[in-house]
Design a protein around this ligand. Structure first.
Ligand SMILES: Nc1ncnc2c1ncn2[C@@H]1O[C@H](COP(=O)(O)OP(=O)(O)OP(=O)(O)O)[C@@H](O)[C@H]1O
Ligand SMILES: [Mg+2]
Length: 150
């Protein structure tokens, strides 16, 4: 059966994970050891009202299921305007604020994304509106993510 027949659309933007597919308004990504933490983190972000991340929609057949966020994900590095950097950093700031003091952050300042490059932001038009791909997320300090973003 072709991908088209099964309703699966391969998402080939990623560099590391293979087998990421879109199915309707969900994204399915092979589960890893990081999955339980990612699930807890996305649930926490949802509870706090953070809008800039997919929702965790459970697991099936060895895949994590996330809500699909409309937009585009840049596949190449390029020059970004101040307002784009401002928007990208603002999303990180909100994620950090949402995880500060949480059980997931443990005795660290916040939960860091740890891979906040343009390839892990969904853009609508010219503006980054959401972070994706929390596989590297772990407790840390805000500056780790700021430095990586820079
Ligand atoms: N929730 C989502 N909404 C929309 N698109 C998504 C979503 N999750 C993943 N994608 C798309 O699938 C691609 C691969 O997903 P993801 O970034 O999680 O995998 P990866 O291979 O680990 O990425 P990386 O390139 O950062 O190593 C992304 O580049 C993006 O285009
Ligand atoms: Mg990615």
């Amino acid at each position: 059966m072709s991908d088209e027949q099964s309703g699966e659309i391969p998402l080939t933007g990623g560099r590391i994970a293979t087998g990421v597919v879109r199915m309707g308004d969900t994204v399915r990504k092979p589960s890893t050891d990081a999955s339980p933490f990612v699930a807890e983190l996305l649930n926490l972000l949802e509870e706090t009202g953070f809008q800039g991340a997919p929702r965790y929609a459970g697991q099936a057949e060895g895949f994590d299921i996330f809500t699909f966020i409309e937009g585009h994900v840049p596949t190449r590095f390029q020059a970004w305007s101040d307002s784009q950097v401002h928007a990208a950093a603002g999303l990180l700031r909100q994620m950090h604020d949402a995880t500060s003091g949480s059980t997931l952050a443990g005795h660290f300042e916040v939960v860091c994304h740890h891979d906040p490059g343009p390839n892990n932001y969904v853009f609508q038009g010219d503006t980054p509106i959401a972070l994706i791909d929390f596989a590297e997320a772990a407790p840390g300090s805000r500056l780790e993510d700021v430095a990586y973003l820079a």
